[in-house]
Unconditional design. Structure first.
Length: 303
């Protein structure tokens, strides 16, 4: 199914972006506020606005003011979700933060049921449950140290996933009702407003200027590549929302955890200085079982 390709483009590209984010946070933002990273996200959204306006000039002004305000809110919510995520990532490893991506289909199912009236068949619910179980398995830490529950990153990531689910719901409503690129345009406007609000705060402006002066080439190339990857994942995921139930697309999005681990293993083998994942037989078997659960779940939701 074509929607499945778009749905999986999100978690695959976001998993790559997660490793980029962790590298950027540890390399350049260890002593700085990660909020500054969102200015780059907003800036890349702004760069797409004239392109969309050029391709869809009439459609941009077609929504009613109330609709535009809600779509803009979707962009603000998305940036808020990213802020919670980056703050969690600043204090924890990517493999600890990534498991909370699986909370979004649960929020999405409740929101879609009450707002859109979306219902799932028993097979789809079983498939979604298998996908979530698979991502839970890949996230489990069996060692003694992992038994300590860390409340701060958990709360940050739950807030992140709720804001992301609500943003996705608003986007889906208007992408179907209005038009995909029109909705994307106004969502990016919301992201730009969020970025402008950040730049209005003097401390963030000074941090951004200082980092650009000292690490201009590195920040622009690495973060620029990261933003393009993240943008591609976001567009693919949002397009899939138009073609399939919200909770199913978001259940597939939760497989980001599995791809984070897979890319972490690849980096550990090929570039050990960039990432370190445990490669014990127990961990590999655990992740293999998780992959089987996810594959079975995908087979059911697309049946």
């Amino acid at each position: 199914m074509s929607w499945l390709v778009f749905a999986f483009s999100g978690p695959v590209l976001w998993a790559i972006s997660t490793h980029f984010d962790k590298y950027l946070v540890e390399k350049y933002f260890k002593q700085s506020d990660v909020t500054v990273l969102l200015v780059f996200t907003a800036f890349f959204g702004v760069l797409t606005l004239p392109v969309i306006a050029l391709c869809e000039p009439a459609a941009i002004v077609s929504p009613a003011p109330g609709s535009i305000a809600l779509i803009v809110l979707s962009g603000v919510l998305y940036m808020g979700a990213m802020l919670f995520y980056l703050r969690a990532l600043q204090s924890e490893e990517a493999s600890v933060v990534a498991p909370f991506f699986q909370a979004v289909p649960l929020f999405g199912y409740v929101l879609a049921y009450f707002v859109l009236g979306e219902t799932l068949s028993l097979l789809q619910m079983a498939g979604g449950a298998l996908i979530i179980v698979g991502t839970m398995i890949v996230s489990m830490r069996i060692d003694q140290a992992a038994r300590v529950f860390k409340w701060r990153p958990a709360m940050l990531m739950l807030a992140c996933r709720f804001a992301a689910a609500l943003s996705g719901l608003i986007f889906k409503v208007f992408a179907i009702k209005v038009e995909f690129w029109t909705t994307t345009f106004w969502m990016f406007v919301g992201e730009a407003i969020f970025g402008a609000a950040l730049l209005s705060i003097g401390s963030y402006r000074r941090q951004l200027a200082a980092m650009l002066r000292t690490n201009t080439a590195a920040l622009l190339t690495i973060n620029g590549s990261n933003e393009l990857i993240n943008l591609g994942g976001g567009l693919g995921n949002r397009y899939a929302l138009m073609l399939a139930p919200l909770s199913i697309v978001q259940a597939i999005s939760s497989t980001t955890t599995l791809f984070v681990f897979a890319f972490g293993v690849a980096l550990s083998v090929l570039f050990p200085r960039l990432a370190r994942e445990t490669l014990s037989v127990r961990d590999l078997v655990q992740k293999g079982i998780a992959a089987l659960f996810v594959a079975a779940g995908v087979a059911l939701v697309t049946h």
